[in-house]
Design a protein around this ligand. Sequence first.
Ligand code: 26Y
Length: 818
Amino acid sequence: VFKLMDGYLKNDSVSLQKAILDHVEFTVARSRFSFDDFEAYQALSHSVRDRLIERWHDTHQYVKRKDPKRVYFLSLEFLMGRSLSNSIINLGIKDQCVEALSQLGFELEVLAEQEGDAALGNGGLARLSACIMDSLATLDFPAWGYGLRYQYGLFRQVILDGFQHEQPDYWLNFGNPWEIERVHISYPVKFYGTVEEEIVDGKKFKIWVPGETVEAVAYDNPIPGYGTRNTINLRLWAAKPSDQYDMESFNTGDYINAVINRQKAETISSVLYPDDRSYQGKELRLKQQYFFVSASLQDIVRRFKDLHTNFQEFPDKVALQLNDTHPSLMIAELMRVLVDEEHLDWNEAWGIVGKAFSFTTHIVVLEGLEKIPVDLLGSLLPRHLQIIYDINFLFVEDLKKRFGSDYDRLSRMSIVEEGPVKNVRMANLSIVSSHTVNGVSQVHSQILKTKVFKDFYELWPEKFQHKTNGVTQRRWIVGSNPGLCGLITKWLGTEAWIRNVDLLLGLRQHAANPELQEEWRMIRRVNKKRLADYIEAMSGVKVCIDAMFDVQVKRIHEYKRQLLNVLSIIHRYDCIKNMKKGDRRKVVSRVCLIGGKAAPGYEIAKKIIKLVHVVAEKINNDPDIGDLLKLVFIPDYNVSVAELVVPGSDLSQHISTAGHEASGTSSMKFLMNGCLLLATADGSTLEIIEEIGEDNLFVFGAKLHEVPSLRDKARDFEVPRQFARVVRMVREGYFGFGDYFESLCDSIEGNGGDFYLLGNDFMSYLEAQAAADKTFVDQERWTQMSILSAAGSGRFSTDRTVGEYAEKTWGITPCKCP
Ligand code: 26Y
């Protein structure tokens, strides 16, 4: 009882200082009279970790006692970034830490920089998972995250001579204070083998006799809520050799090779796949997915069985959230456990599955949907393939009753895709088996209903929901923009917006107030200075902070149209070059920043990166241009780089071809930080427009409904001469490497078809750019738009997103630890 009332650990600065010094001496094993920044970071982290563990135990004990329905957020990717600052903020001990450190001669900010990113994900989907965890904890929901503990996170992007090179991210090199290894929490995960029959009490059952076993060991990562004691768990699985692993091989006399083979088990969780487009038929990836699914489900079922014996109660206690199709093998796995191991009959089991799962898709185009070749699945997981066939058989029988012999429809909806290579369509499996399906923005959900999953919507309209994504203001304002955080608190007269973000609307009434405007600009200027220093340190390019910082940072994809951005920068450069000297005074200076990683096998994306570099080289070294225009590529874009870039940007670009970005979440971070958006009417931007009004951002380009006919007409479309001119400059080698860029140019001209409509949108893009320039000159107007952006960003907090999932999808309520 004492423990629930009050922590053992004190949070005043004296106690924290003692904790830090003790950890220096006993955890880091250094002298308390002499340690460096990194050792101080380690000691501070361990002091913070102790405090997290304390709350986390309390939360677990409390939740276990109350036994509410829990949600399990299942994702193969989490982009957590750094943990130190975030934990300190959420624990509410920042001032005390700063004080404790300063007496020791250290600065919190400097120590925080010592930490490497936990980059266990690719992009939007993975960062969304991390923001959702923060909101789940803050809102006191009884929730668990499950993921994989990759030893190598997303590759480090190194630029050599303008080309992207990938280097391994062995992030665990110096230890990871934010995880707790749970050697006693481990489960065997099985692969291969055959399916046999067994008879129990006169009844026949299928039994899977696996061929290989690997052990899954739990690593727990405490996730603290803000302004609450609740601290939830993100459990990541690591693969270890199992004692049950193929013991036969040890009897052949080849002991050394038997050990080496056994050790190979660890490869399952060793590396994150760095592609967010598609990969079909990779055995290791499939193994990762099943490894994740099997370990997580064993853990979930064990927890359920601790307190319950009747599986009919399972859906009252367990909500299983599929973050895209990546964990969807859990559907077949739960059927297998219920039918083969728990001996429920098929219909009972199927009823439970249908009430437990919900499915979110993050993909807009059909080609992006995951497929697993039947042969591969059958060899790795023979019993699961049978189960999927059975689910499909019953589903298709139902369809026939409803749609008769509409065979086109049946073959489109079938979970198993027929053809030269048979595939299992994981999205179809997920929709058929879940009670709820949702997209990640309004327009995305609409596209799912009318195009991608149209057939399923016609069958089960009630299953389809929409949940607009969000981001957490704890990391993206409080953590990364403390200046703005203080200013907002001052003008709202309360810190309550950090937990109740709708309060930001209160800034609207002050948007035109010159005093707020002045303070707002001051803070943004400090952030720009910090970013300018970073740019110089990293690229050697000096930039002027009076210029407009114009930023596009995200994964490199053709549909995100970084190429459109580069072409307009070339156009701007060309215009300045051809201007009369006197006219140059009217040019608004710009610092253009582009950053993002290309999937290692994505050739066109890699060419775009090289193009940015050659264009930058030319512009930045042109003495004729000076500060009027700079272009810098930000290498190795990741969460912690974003924390620096977002607060320091004036304008940010979200310029995907309409209908291609499911949602987009970085725009929400920029919005919260008072950065204006230059954007197409796509994904969540449509809702941002709704919220802050069209006058407060710069929108351009083809609308969603225009895209199909524009594509049809693309071959006859006469591209604007400005567009033809800049493409010609690239093609003809004005920036060098003309041959290398040929295929890139072809993709947007003539026979390439310009699928993403760069030529079509070019002029309206230039107009939007000009409007941004014009507004920037009027700093009062600009600042007002900036304040209104931040004021309207409340709707885009994951607090809102998670609240909606809890109520409409998961059916869970808060369980607040006293
Ligand atoms: C199956 C594998 C190849 C794969 C791996 C990662 C497929 C997709 C992904 C990641 C997809 C992703 O990040 N999608 C993005 O999700 C965000 C969060 O919902 C959206 O905001 C964004 O528009 C969408 O592209």
